[in-house]
Design a protein around this ligand. Structure first.
Ligand code: SF4
Ligand code: SF4
Length: 334
């Protein structure tokens, strides 16, 4: 069975399980390592030492458990995934089972893209500002130019998006980042920085964020290549400024730390401190023993990997078209 058919089959199975009240994640996010060659101000991960990382065989066992459970989309991140020499082997295993994405800072992309291009369905490259603003936020001079070169190479062969984190330092750059995406002929995804306990506090202020989000919503409505839905930006505005919360469903996104341990209930509340290895436990049982209802009104973060799936409504044709049908059509077109 091809990847596309198996993903559709798992989606149907997940929907059927959902009718019985069972919680099945759609997305799995996996940090392959914490080590990174950049030094982003708002990031807690490069500050952590990596202990023994998973072998390719352990990664395979983990992926088998996730596929059995019903996960359809596997997103790899870090740290910097391209620092792993065995990245192509890991991605090949993933691509056999899941729709596969990677988030990279782009530093090594130009040199290593050829090794992985057949195993990535969507690549995200971090861009937090233009030129010097990006380099300052990422803590290493030259990182913007390296990322730009990597994007140019990769985007000629596979779908690429910029991944941009809105911080207190770049709220005035969001429209320039969208313009840069258009210039590079790629799309762009925005995250709002969360103040992790072990990183610099760079979350944007209420007043600055509102202008940036409103600008992005207008650009989105005017057809800019922004991945987040209009509902995403409206929910951020509503929860931050109008006291109208969104209902969080963190069970749709399962996160796994570099040692293969499940991060519960979400990586914001847990900050990547899992304790149970995915392939050593009864994953559906553990996942469904969590009292998920208590997190529905949390609204502590506005991270798109949690907010966007939480908003998804299969009864809303516009949403299904934008997020499912259009993506499937572009995937089939290659
Ligand atoms: S590139 Fe990513 S992992 Fe590396 S320091 Fe920056 S945010 Fe953290
Ligand atoms: S809103 Fe709360 S429960 Fe939901 S992902 Fe964010 S921190 Fe986690």
């Amino acid at each position: 069975m091809g990847l596309f058919q198996s993903v559709i089959l798992r989606t149907i199975k997940r929907s059927l399980k959902g009718l019985n009240g069972e919680k099945v994640p759609f997305i799995a996010g996996h940090k392959l390592l914490y080590t990174c060659n950049l030094r982003c101000q708002m990031c807690p991960f490069w500050r952590r030492p990596d202990e023994a990382l998973l072998t390719v065989d352990e990664e395979r066992k983990m992926m088998d458990s996730l596929a059995d459970f019903g996960v359809s989309y596997m997103g790899f991140e870090g740290g910097e995934p391209f620092l792993r020499r065995d990245l192509p082997e890991i991605l090949r295993e993933s691509h056999d089972r899941f729709f596969t994405s990677v988030v990279s800072n782009g530093w090594m992309l130009k040199d290593r893209f050829r090794e992985v291009r057949d195993y990535i369905d969507h690549l995200f490259v971090s861009i937090d500002g233009i030129g010097e603003v990006h380099d300052r936020l990422r803590g290493v001079e030259g990182s913007f130019e390296k990322a730009r070169q990597g994007i140019a190479v990769a985007s000629s062969e596979i779908p690429v998006s910029l991944s941009s984190t809105i911080t207190s330092e770049n709220t005035d750059q969001v429209d320039m980042i969208v313009a840069f995406a258009e210039e590079m002929n790629v799309s762009v995804s925005f995250q709002i920085a969360y103040n992790y306990s072990t990183a610099e506090k760079k979350s944007p202020s209420q007043s600055n964020l509102k202008g940036a989000i409103t600008k992005l919503l207008d650009l989105k409505k005017n057809g800019a290549p922004i991945l987040e839905s209009k509902e995403f930006f409206e929910s951020v505005i509503n929860s931050w400024y109008n006291w109208i919360g969104w209902k969080c469903k963190p069970w749709l996104t399962l996160n796994i730390d570099p040692k293969g341990r499940v991060v519960l209930p979400c990586y914001v509340l847990n900050e990547y401190a899992g304790s149970l290895k995915v392939w050593e436990i009864d994953l559906p049982k553990v996942w469904n023993s969590v009292n998920w209802e208590q997190y529905e009104t949390c609204n502590k973060c506005a991270l798109s990997c949690y907010l966007e799936p939480s908003l998804f409504n299969w009864g809303d044709f516009g949403m299904v078209k934008e997020h499912v049908i259009d993506n499937v059509v572009s995937y089939l077109r290659g």
